[in-house]
Design a protein around this ligand. Structure first.
Ligand code: S5P
Length: 250
């Protein structure tokens, strides 16, 4: 018999990191494994979207540096309120990729002061293990493999990256398009029910495909939801499909 995946409850027991525990607790409570990617260029759209899909998601993933009108008071304060109101985590998809000292500066200073508000941050591991020591008081979601066509994250890269990911205490999980060991939470983007690509290299699979084949813990959906005519209805559809696929895999 094929080995079944671990449940979120089982993962909660084996995980050490406080942000890994948090996202698992939210998943169990909301019966959701959905992360919405909110790739908006205005604060108003970002906040509206967060309020609408908030009840259905475990985390909202941002690219805070694409906002045309970012303002700490006008953007971050209401966003934090919405995260508290609807109980979701804030995941800043910064994809750090530098030496430790530079990442430390990028994490806490400049316009966005990510360390002040992000629960989870994404980071490449290309700078080596020590470069990740700076990410304290947040959970790192490390980039193991990318979803885009022609990515350089080949099997050799991923093998070496996984050694770093498995051994760094600040890491809660990774972004990948393949199975990973049970003690690392798996976040999979490149999820869309309507299309197989975007003409710009992005490659899509269904929630069912990634959850069944990679044992994905959390699906990350961007345009599939925020470009829909009714984003709330679409969020519910991805949430339902994602949860059903998870239950079927247990
Ligand atoms: O390999 C990756 C890693 C990430 S974090 N592929 C991705 O697409 N992402 C991000 O997920 C990407 O930056 C975008 O914010 C989101 C996917 O958006 P969509 O509109 O293609 O669903």
């Amino acid at each position: 018999q094929e080995k079944k995946r671990l449940s979120y409850e089982q993962k909660l027991e084996i995980t050490e990191h406080s942000f890994a525990k948090k996202i698992l607790e939210i998943a169990i409570e909301k019966r959701s494994n959905l992360i919405a990617s909110a790739d908006f260029i205005t604060t108003q759209e970002l906040l509206n979207f967060a309020d609408i899909v908030g009840p259905h998601i475990v985390a909202l993933k941002t690219h805070i540096d694409i906002l045309n009108d970012f303002d700490a008071d006008e953007t971050i304060l209401p966003l934090k309120d919405l995260a508290a109101k609807h109980n979701f985590l804030l995941m800043e998809d910064r994809k750090f990729a530098d030496i430790g000292n530079t990442q430390e500066l990028q994490f806490s200073y400049g316009t966005f002061k990510i360390s002040n508000w992000a629960d989870l941050i994404t980071s490449h591991v290309i700078g080596g293990s020590k470069s990740l020591d700076c990410f304290v008081n947040a959970g790192i979601v490390a980039i193991l493999g990318m979803s885009s066509e022609g990515t350089l994250t080949d099997s050799h890269y991923r093998e070496e990256a996984l050694k770093i990911i498995e051994n760094h205490p600040n890491i809660v999980g990774c972004v990948a398009q393949n199975k990973v060991p049970d003690n690392i939470l798996l976040f999979t983007p490149g999820v869309n029910l309507g299309t197989s690509g975007d003409g710009k290299g992005q490659q899509y699979n269904s929630p069912e495909h990634v959850i069944k084949n990679y044992n994905t813990d959390f699906i990350i959906v961007g345009r599939g939801i925020y470009k829909a005519d009714d984003p709330e209805l679409e969020a519910l559809r991805y949430k339902t499909e994602g949860w059903q696929a998870y239950q079927d895999a247990l």
